[in-house]
Design a protein around this ligand. Sequence first.
Ligand code: SAM
Length: 277
Amino acid sequence: MSEQSKRKNGASATGKSATAEQSVMRELGVHGQRWAEVFDGYFSDANAAGPLLDAVEKAIEVGKPDVLADLGGGTGFLLAELLRRGLLTVRLVDVDLSEKQLSACANGGIVKLQSPLNQVTRRQLLAGEERLLLMSRSMLHYFGRDGIDPLLKHLRMQLHPGEFFVHQSACFARQGDADLMNLLYERMETVKWFFTRDELAARLQRAGFAVRAASPAPPLQMSSADLGERYGLGPEEKAAIGREIVEKFGCGQKIFTQEGDEFRATLCYCIFTCEAV
Ligand SMILES: C[S@@+](CC[C@H](N)C(=O)[O-])C[C@H]1O[C@@H](n2cnc3c(N)ncnc32)[C@H](O)[C@@H]1O
């Protein structure tokens, strides 16, 4: 790996691979106010968020939490939407590592906690016998192929049996689509990792969660222009990545289309309602 590649990847001089935290630092350019605009405004779109927020509201009805923590909650958009829908009975905490994301969260009804997610503890979020609900959107893949299991186990340890973790996570129905997306992200020199829906469900179960419901969420359309801005790719790099993917997987893929030197990729999501058991 070249020195430039190592820097992009966040890899240390010793060759140790990038951590989720280093992935966050690499994306600071699109954090804060800019976050609402990238990817055609997906992350600030109330309609796109609707199915996840419906699932969270159901879990609130069943679990009756005192505190709802959005893990990797970014600018607090999802929690602000819940407030807009009339959620007044639950204390809301936006947990994120990025100060820039948290500084764009201006809603006085939301408490902000700057922390790496694999270190956040129940005690930081609530007191005594209070009940906790965790949620997240588009966060698990930051932890990479080897980091997801330890993270899921850590999150499970923060919950009591009967409490819920409701999350919208990137995953694919077909192994071939997961392979394509993993190659794309590897070529963009990130450690992010995508499983199939079944594999992710199996990992949730192994971590001590019972998956009570799983349903698709609106997919994220990503242009190579957006990806280039996020990961610092030049025109030649983007064109070469597009060519390699078409060569390996063929054209006519539902989740990847090439348009001249640019491309579009589709990230599929599933909403999992998981109960700690
Ligand atoms: C793709 S963004 C999604 C933001 C928000 N959930 C939403 O849907 O708009 C992922 C967020 O997770 C945060 N994040 C990723 N890895 C993290 C980690 N290890 N610790 C804390 N936050 C992390 C990033 O800073 C970023 O705000």
